[in-house]
Ligand binder design. Structure first.
Ligand code: NDP
Length: 421
C-alpha cells in the first residue's frame, strides 16, 4: 500500500469492542494480533464475566503481538452517556460494535458525540419489528449520515462478511464488466456442529431473518417472497453441489442504492433438517417476537424461550468441522459478450477454532471489522463520513483480508485463482 495513500490523515488508535459473543471473541483475538497498529484493546458488554473470558482466552493463546492494555468492562450500550464515558476513559478512537443489532443506534450516537470511528456488522433492529421496509438502512443508520458528516465521524456500516466482504466483492467484481445485470450472493455453511439443532449466531437474530417477508431487488425494484419459496442449486468450489434459498439480507438494502445493478439477491444454504425444525417451530408460533401470557400469568416472548433452550452458538466451536463458502456470482456483459464470475472465500471451522477459539461463521464475521479498523487506523479508510462498504475503495480491504485469514479467490473464464490487487 503506498504511504502517500494516507499522508496527511489522522491516525486513530485504541479499540473498544462492544459485545462479548462469538464474533467479539474473534474480533478481540484479531485486534490483539495487530495491537502494534490498533493500540490498547477494551472489551465491554452487559456481562463483564463474558468479556473477561475473552480477555483470558486472548492471553492464553498468546495473541497479543506487543505488550499493551487488554481490559474487560461492564456496559449497557443502550445507555449513550455510559458508552461515551467508556470511550473517553479508555481513549478509544475505534469502536467495533459486535453486540446485538438492537444497540447500533445508541453506540453510533456515542461515537458521533465523542468523534470515535464506528464499525458494525449488522443493520440496526428494533426489537418489536421484523423485516422492515426497504431500504432498511434508511429507517435508522442513514438518518445519522449528516451528523457524521458534520462531526467528521467515520462510520462503516455492515463490515462483517455478509454484509461486508460480499459488498466489497460486488464492488470490485463490477470492474470486470461493462455492465452487470445480476449479483447473487451465496452463503453456504457446509460445516457440521454435531448437535440436533443449533444456530450459528444469536438464534433470536438468526430466526428474525427468516420469519418475515423475503425482500430482493429485481428489475430495479423491491420484490417480496416467502421464506423457502425460491431455491437454486450451484456446484461450488470445495463445498460442491449445494442448494440455497432466497433470503432477505442487510446488504441488499445498500447495494441496491449504491450499485447500478437491476437484480441483486441473497441466497442462504439450508439442509432439509434445518428447514423441517424451523417450519415446526415457526408453525407453532414459537419463533414469534410478540409476548404471550402463560396460564400462570407469566409473560414470555416465545423466540426468547427458544433462544434460551438452544445451544449457545459460541459453544459449537470446539467440535465444529467442515467449511464455509461465501461469495458473489456476477453476470453481465464484457466487450459485447455474456460473462459470469464468482468471487468467494472458503473458511474452515477447525482452523478458526485452533487460531482464535471460535467457529468459522464467527470467524468470517469477526475478521473483516478488524481489517476495516486497521485501514481506518492507517488513514486509508478514515473517510470521516458514514459509508457502506461498497462505497469505499475495496482493494486494500481485500488485500488485507488475504493476509489476515480470509483469502479471496475468483473463478471466471480463465480458471479459479487467488484475487489480490
Ligand atoms: P451474540 O449473541 O453471541 O453476542 C451478542 C453480544 O451483544 C452479547 O455479548 C451481549 O451481551 C451483547 N449485548 C446485547 N445487548 C447489549 C447491551 N445493551 N449492551 C452491551 N452489550 C450488549 O452475537 P454474535 O457474536 O454471534 O454476533 C454479534 C453481531 O454480529 C450481531 O449483530 C450479529 O448480527 C452480527 N453478525 C454479523 C455477521 C456478518 O457476517 N455480517 C455474521 C454473524 C453475526 P451480554 O452477553 O453481555 O449480555
Amino acid at each position: 500500500m503506498p504511504k502517500e495513500a494516507y499522508r496527511g490523515k489522522v491516525m486513530k488508535r485504541n479499540v473498544l469492542i462492544i459485545g462479548a459473543g462469538g464474533v467479539a471473541q474473534v474480533v478481540a483475538h484479531k485486534c490483539a494480533q495487530h495491537n502494534d497498529i490498533l493500540g490498547n484493546i477494551h472489551i465491554a458488554s452487559r456481562t463483564v464475566e463474558k468479556c473477561q473470558q475473552i480477555v483470558d482466552s486472548v492471553r492464553e493463546k498468546g495473541s497479543l503481538k506487543t505488550a499493551g492494555e487488554l481490559q474487560a468492562h461492564a456496559l449497557d450500550a443502550l445507555d449513550v452517556e455510559a458508552t461515551k464515558a467508556l470511550i473517553a476513559k479508555t481513549q478509544s478512537q475505534l469502536v467495533i460494535n459486535v453486540g446485538s443489532p438492537f444497540i447500533n443506534m445508541s453506540v453510533l450516537q456515542a461515537c458521533i458525540e465523542t468523534g470515535a470511528a464506528y464499525l458494525d456488522t449488522a443493520i440496526h433492529e428494533d426489537p418489536d419489528k421484523i423485516c422492515e421496509t426497504p431500504p432498511w438502512y434508511a429507517n435508522y443508520e442513514w438518518k445519522r449520515r449528516e451528523l457524521c458528516d458534520e462531526n467528521k465521524v467515520t462510520a462503516i456500516l455492515g463490515v462483517g462478511f455478509d454484509p461486508g466482504v460480499v459488498n466489497a466483492y460486488a464492488a470490485v467484481g463490477m470492474e470486470h464488466f461493462d455492465s452487470v445485470s445480476d449479483i447473487d450472493i451465496i452463503d453456504i455453511n457446509a460445516g457440521d456442529h454435531g448437535h440436533y439443532f443449533a444456530t450459528n449466531f444469536d438464534p433470536e437474530i438468526n430466526f428474525r431473518e427468516f420469519t418475515g417477508r423475503v425482500w430482493s431487488w429485481q428489475n430495479s425494484q423491491w420484490v417480496q417472497n416467502k421464506m423457502f419459496e425460491i431455491k437454486r442449486t450451484d456446484d461450488l468450489p470445495v463445498v460442491g453441489q449445494r442448494t440455497s434459498y432466497m433470503t432477505g439480507h442487510d446488504e441488499l438494502h445498500s447495494l441496491s442504492k449504491n450499485l447500478d445493478v437491476p437484480n441483486i439477491r441473497f441466497w442462504m444454504g439450508f439442509g432439509e433438517h434445518y428447514i423441517n425444525v424451523f417450519t415446526v417451530l415457526n408453525s407453532l408460533g414459537l419463533l414469534s417476537e410478540q409476548p404471550v401470557t402463560t396460564a400462570e400469568g407469566l409473560e414470555v416472548v416465545p423466540l426468547k424461550v427458544v433462544k434460551a433452550v438452544l445451544p449457545d452458538p459460541a459453544s459449537l466451536a470446539p467440535n465444529y468441522t467442515g467449511k464455509t463458502c461465501i461469495g458473489d456470482i456476477l453476470k453481465g456483459k464484457k466487450d459485447g459478450k455474456d460473462k459470469e464470475i464468482f468471487i468467494y472465500n472458503v473458511a474452515d471451522h477447525k482452523q478458526a477454532w485452533e487460531e482464535v477459539g471460535s467457529q468459522g461463521i464467527s470467524y468470517t464475521a469477526g475478521v473483516p471489522p478488524v481489517a476495516a479498523a486497521i485501514l481506518i487506523a492507517q488513514g486509508v479508510w478514515d473517510v470521516q463520513k458514514m459509508v457502506n462498504v461498497e462505497e469505499l475503495d475495496c482493494r486494500p480491504f481485500i488485500n488485507l483480508l488475504n493476509e489476515i485469514g480470509l483469502p479471496t479467490r475468483i473463478k471466471d473464464e480463465d480458471g479459479d485463482r487467488p484475487l489480490s490487487y
